[in-house]
Write a protein that binds this ligand. Sequence first.
Ligand code: R5P
Length: 301
Amino acid sequence: MKSPLLLTMPGNGAMGDLLASELDAERRVIETLRFPDQESYVTIDGDPKDRVVVLLCTLDRPDDKILPLLFAADAARELGAIQVGLAAPYLAYMRQDKRFAPGEAVTSRTFARILSQSFDWLATVDPHLHRIKSLSEIFTIPTSVAHAADALARWIRANVEDPFLLGPDAESTQWVADTAAKTDAPYAIFEKRRTGASTVQVDLNNGSSIGDRTPVLLDDIVSTGQTLMEAAKLVRAMAARPPVCAVVHGIFSAGALEGLTSLGCAVVTSNTVAHETNRVDVAIDLAKAISDRISRGKWSG
Ligand code: R5P
């Protein structure tokens, strides 16, 4: 069988190079342009005929990315790909997983349905699962999930002296506990209450046990930064050392990084979304999830 063809959407080059080497894949690019009327022009540089095609596109700021991505998937299929999978290191639209007010679109479900119609499988890293417990609840295609816990733990062990891990909310307990076990560090979990789209309140009952250790605030996503900023303010009042924020997906809306650094936080993220704070490499973990899907073939679950 020919080697897989890894097609990177714009902005995914760094992760594309890492994955191509892990997967022994040919890496080519998808070129996109905007016509004057703002419609998209998409072209595949490479020959998908009789190949397994992996489209690589991280899905932060997804609305501008999704149509070109779907056009590329369809073109790959029309050009003879035997399998078209999506590698999305960050999977968007996982947080609106419920109709909170009458008439709201439950975008998690709709987005999953749209992707399921265009791809044979999905591989991603730590999707935000809250009320939805598994991707199979919303995707009708097979999915493989890679976890950043090992890579985060390696980074913490190598770079943080006497870490004390802190999870932002009850949902984070399991993976914070897992990372704590991998780093031989104690941990505690905040109680969090979201008071608006960009406002949160947090509380920590047993924060006094941080003592002289380095507080490490772990979260799966940093977007507005409010969750981590509120936690960091609390921790600064309890701990002698300034906190480290270690996050899987760095989305960083305007002012988020500045807000965190102005509180004295060091901020590191994984490379699921390319950003100046990327220090934790999850390419090996994502490559395993992709290989797993490729080897199971098109139709197996
Ligand atoms: C929420 O449940 C997530 O785990 C993150 O805590 C949240 O998405 C972070 O968002 P923000 O940076 O806007 O507070």
